[in-house]
Design a protein around this ligand. Sequence first.
Ligand code: C5P
Length: 242
Amino acid sequence: MAIKASNVPAALTRGPLITLDGPAGSGKSSTAQEVARRLGFRHLDSGALYRALTFALLEEGVAEHTWGALEPFELDPLGLRVEAEDAAVNIYRNGVLLTSELRGPGVTERVAMVAGVPAVREWLLEVQRSLGAEGNLVADGRDMGTVVFPKADLKVFLIAGLEERARRRLIQDFAREPTMEDIKEMAERIEQRDQADQTRDHSPLKRPEDAVDLDTTAITFDDQVSFILRRIKDLTRLQGEI
Ligand code: C5P
């Protein structure tokens, strides 16, 4: 029997929450964005939040060797504001919308270090949970299904071969087929970031126990989106809602 939002326990009356976790370059954000678009849900790219903090620390000139000892209250003056606006979650610094600056090499090189700082994770936890309070959200990252939204309705763990992830990242950045040498270099950088994300003490990247696995190495983007949409539609609790 389909369960409607009106006859489920109060704790479940929020809209659906879907999480996608996985290593760098596994296609989480683009997939999450398309799944959210198809469902009319909001998309949270949690990596962008860690990138925004990294960008702000660099812009503010906070010395890198002090980052590990920061307290959460010391992040307040960095001028960041996170706003849920229609289907998107936008991040502003001193009133200016952050976009391509979050993807620059300086930020990408340091973001895994910032993501290992306890104050950073604490500061962002509430921000992320409040964005998911009403559900109707597809959130992607490293700890969405394990720490931030442990009660999500569907948790997907995306993986893809290292070289394929490197190739996709390069095509995304340079819009052309990369050389083997470029792929090798990018694969090394991705591997280092994965290693840092998997081995940190606080909220490391790991597969949620109740996740559905999706290996995207050899399937098309459309197939991976369809796979997730099918799984969502299979969820009894959501049958009356989507
Ligand atoms: O997804 P993206 O590659 O933009 O994430 C950048 C970095 O942010 C990751 O390498 C990871 O260090 C950090 N991150 C995290 N937890 C999340 C999302 C991202 O630690 N939920």
